[in-house]
Structure formats: structure tokens, C-alpha cells
Design a protein around this ligand. Structure first.
Ligand SMILES: [Mg+2]
Length: 128
């Protein structure tokens, strides 16, 4: 099954890097959509059929933690697979990410790590 992905990051360079790594991870990819902040991300989420979200933490307009909270509050996306991507492993934040049933990926990452994270995020949903 090809998965449709949304990459939310305020850095265009980082979005390209994430997309490239996803393609190199061996996961069968359908469409990859992009957004530059949480607000844009929510708009894409409203109009596209997506299987998993990659969300950066530090972004202008709406940061990744607020986007995560909003996505979880909507009944249609309450169980959607989400990976939070960050350069910082802030312990408190990771705790919140766990509570919101999302995964965490430390930047930078290898295609192998990414593949594992994607499959585990998709598997969490299947296990419900
Ligand atoms: Mg950022």
C-alpha cells in the first residue's frame, strides 16, 4: 500500500531532506504534500487524503505542538499516525508527544530509522 504523506516544516531545505529520506527508506510512497507551518498543515489535512504526518516543532504562525494538539482534538484525525520531528530531545516535550499518541524522530535521521518509525506509527493504528 502506497502511503500519502504530509511534511510540515518551516525550512524548505529540511522538507526536501525529509522527502528524500522518505523516498530512500524503502517505504512505498504515494503523494507527499508540504506545508510551512501548523496552520498550513491543518489546511492541507482538511483537503487531502493522508496516511501519516511529519511535523516539525519550531515553526512560525503555528508550531508543531499546537498542530498536534489540534489534530488530536478532531474526531476524524484522533488516531492518525503522526511523527514529530525535532533536533531537540526535550524530555517534557517527548512526554507530551507520547501522551498524544505520536512518535518522535530526532533530526537528522537515516532512511533505516525513518522506515522503522513510519512502520511503527502505522502499526500503532492497526493494533487498535
Ligand atoms: Mg523549524
Amino acid at each position: 500500500m502506497a502511503i500519502n504523506i504530509l511534511v510540515v516544516d518551516d525550512s524548505a531545505v529540511m522538507r526536501s531532506m525529509i522527502k528524500k529520506t522518505i523516498h530512500n527508506s524503502g517505504v512505498e510512497v504515494g503523494e507527499i504534500h508540504e506545508a510551512a507551518n501548523g496552520q498550513e498543515g491543518l489546511e492541507v489535512l482538511d483537503r487531502e487524503w493522508l496516511d501519516i504526518l511529519f511535523i516539525d516543532v519550531n515553526m512560525p504562525v503555528m508550531d508543531g505542538m499546537e498542530m498536534l494538539e489540534r489534530v488530536r482534538k478532531k474526531s476524524e484525525t484522533r488516531d492518525m499516525p503522526i511523527l514529530i520531528v525535532s533536533t531537540e530531545s526535550n524530555h517534557e516535550r517527548i512526554e507530551i508527544i507520547n501522551q498524544q499518541n505520536a512518535g518522535f524522530v530526532h533530526k537528522p535521521f537515516t532512511p533505516e530509522v525513518l522506515r522503522e518509525k513510519i512502520l511503527s506509527a502505522l502499526g500503532v493504528l492497526e493494533g487498535h
